[in-house]
Design a protein around this ligand. Structure first.
Ligand code: CDP
Ligand code: CDP
Ligand code: CDP
Length: 222
């Protein structure tokens, strides 16, 4: 099969990263987690105590930050300079600030360039919010992966419970709905289905079934 570029966009908790990892493993592609890059930038903003309204400080960070992804079999290690932040970028503190950071045009410009450079050889699966619309408008296959707020919140709730977390289902559902709202309504690169993207609703599919559907579409294109 020809080495494709695959774009997967969709709302928080739709299953993008889990499905992308399953697919990347099956077809030996590289999985590039663009959300992790926005989270890494947000981690640095919090670490340095930068006020997002301070344009100069944000610009300086954009100019100097070194974000690296090291994709491995079933996870993508993330570094900011010499510091590994793979775990640190998953905290609720980062989650609650990331949408505001991702709304800044200077930040997006920088990260989009990095993502395009990482994708240029093909054989890659990128997931995010603007992959099919902005990062890779020429992608071979564009998927808009979605699921109901209820099923997304239920999945997250199970994850939180498994980790011994104390968040309630209602809190998680509210946080997901708030992020959907911010991500879809921002001026710069809002979450939006590309005209030529295929909608896959996986509210009632498990990971393997969802991967099967997308793999079928990849085979058609490849
Ligand atoms: O995994 P989850 O859906 O919770 O989020 P993520 O993919 O880690 O992305 C975190 C945040 O980064 C999103 O809520 C968006 O605000 C932003 N993001 C973006 O703006 N553009 C992307 N290509 C990827 C993420
Ligand atoms: O990356 P994104 O925020 O879109 O979602 P995710 O982190 O990949 O998936 C959120 C949770 O839903 C994970 O625990 C997945 O294992 C689970 N999931 C599922 O149970 N069934 C699916 N069809 C897709 C995801
Ligand atoms: O999506 P992925 O599996 O890569 O990361 P995650 O650890 O599931 O965390 C990403 C998102 O899950 C956060 O942005 C939150 O919206 C949600 N989450 C949450 O609300 N509460 C938690 N304790 C953990 C995750």
């Amino acid at each position: 099969m020809r080495k494709l570029t695959v774009a997967i966009d969709g709302p928080a908790g739709a299953g993008k990263s889990s499905v992308a990892k399953v697919l990347a493993n099956r077809v030996h592609y590289l999985y590039i987690d663009t959300g992790a890059m926005y989270r890494a930038f947000t981690w640095a903003v919090l670490e340095k105590g930068i006020d997002l309204s301070d344009e100069k400080a944000v610009r300086d960070l954009v100019d100097t930050i070194d974000i690296r992804l090291e994709p491995q079999a079933d996870l993508c290690r993330v570094y900011v300079g010499p510091t590994e932040v793979t775990e640190a970028i998953r905290t609720q503190r980062v989650s609650s600030h990331v949408s505001a950071v991702a709304a800044l045009a200077v930040v997006r410009e920088k990260l989009v360039k990095l993502q395009q450079a990482m994708a240029k050889e093909g054989g890659v699966i990128l997931d995010g919010r603007d992959i099919g619309t902005v990062v890779l408008p020429q992608a071979d296959l564009k998927i808009f992966l979605t699921a109901s707020v209820d099923s997304r919140a239920r999945r997250r709730y199970l994850e939180v419970q498994a980790k011994g977390g104390s968040e309630t289902y209602e809190e998680i559902a509210a946080s997901i709905a708030a992020r959907d709202d911010m991500d879809s309504h921002r001026t710069v690169s809002p979450l939006k289905k590309a005209d030529d993207a295929i909608v896959v609703d996986n509210s009632d599919l498990d990971l393997e079934q969802t991967a099967d559907v997308i793999l079928g579409l990849m085979k058609e294109r490849g």
